[in-house]
Write a new protein. Structure first.
Length: 223
C-alpha cells in the first residue's frame, strides 16, 4: 500500500518514512501543503498522513481542497497537543482520524491499518480469503491453518491483493502500490512475484485463489 506523508519537520518525516518502509509500505513525502496537495491529487496513494501546521498551505486547507474535488482517500491529521479546535475542524472538513503530537509510531501504524481496512470494508486485522488468513498487524499468513512464510515483498503483494479481493488488480496497480519508485520496475517482475506467491499459497491446494485475468491483471478470490 502507498502512503503520502505531508510533514515539514524533516527529521520526523524521515523517521516516519523509515518506519512505514520497514512495514512494507511505499511512502511519498511532501514537505509543504502545496506539494502535498499536488502529490495527493496526482499520485495513486492509499492513505494520507497530513500535518496541520505546514508552510505554504496548511493541512486543513489541503484537506478542504482534496475533499472538494471529491477525493475519498483516507486522511489522518497530525495535530499539536491541545489544538482541540483543529481536531474539530479537521473532522468536519473530512479527516478520517487524527493523532496528537508527540505520538508513538506504532499507534500511527495501527490507525493507518484501520483506515486502510475501513476503505476496503475489512473490519478486522485479519483478512480472510477462503482458508487463507492474512494478519495485517503481525504480517503472519496461513492457509488451512498452516503458516506460510513469505518474503517482505511477497507479503506486500498478497496484502495489497487481499485489500482489493474480488477486484482485478493490474500490473501497473501493483508496481505503483507495492514497489518504491527508485526501483526500476519492469512489469514482468510482477509476474515473477505472482509466481512466487502462487507456489506458496496455491500450489499444494486444489482450490486456487490467485487468478489470472487475461489482458487485465490478477485477482485474489475464492473459487
Ligand atoms: Ca508542522
Amino acid at each position: 500500500m502507498r502512503i503520502l506523508l505531508v510533514e515539514d519537520e524533516k527529521d520526523l518525516a524521515a523517521i516516519i518514512k523509515q518506519g512505514f518502509t520497514e512495514q512494507g509500505y511505499v511512502v511519498d513525502v511532501a514537505h509543504d501543503g502545496e506539494e502535498g496537495l499536488y502529490m495527493a491529487e496526482n499520485f495513486p496513494v492509499d492513505a494520507i498522513v497530513l500535518d496541520i501546521m505546514l508552510p505554504v498551505m496548511d493541512g486543513l486547507e489541503v484537506l478542504k481542497r482534496l475533499r472538494k474535488k471529491g477525493s475519498t482517500t483516507p486522511v489522518i491529521l497530525l495535530t499539536a497537543r491541545d489544538a482541540l479546535l483543529d481536531k474539530i475542524k479537521g473532522l468536519d472538513t473530512g479527516a478520517d482520524d487524527y493523532l496528537t503530537k508527540p505520538f508513538i509510531f506504532d499507534e500511527l501504524l495501527a490507525r493507518i491499518r484501520s483506515l486502510l481496512r475501513r476503505k476496503t470494508e475489512v473490519k478486522q486485522a485479519v483478512i480472510r480469503i477462503g482458508d487463507v488468513e492474512i494478519n495485517t498487524a503481525s504480517h503472519e499468513v496461513s492457509r488451512g491453518g498452516k503458516p506460510v512464510t513469505l518474503s517482505a515483498r511477497e507479503y506486500a503483494l498478497l496484502e495489497y491483493m487481499a485489500y482489493r479481493k474480488g477486484e482485478v488488480v493490474s500490473r501497473t496497480d501493483i508496481v505503483e502500490h507495492i514497489y518504491h519508485e527508485e526501483t526500476d520496475m519492469d512489469s514482468n517482475v510482477v509476474d515473477v512475484y505472482i509466481n512466487y506467491l502462487r507456489k506458496k499459497i496455491d500450489r499444494d491446494f486444489k482450490k486456487k485463489l490467485i487468478h489470472t485475468v487475461r489482458g487485465a491483471g490478477y485477482m485474489l478470490k475464492e473459487e
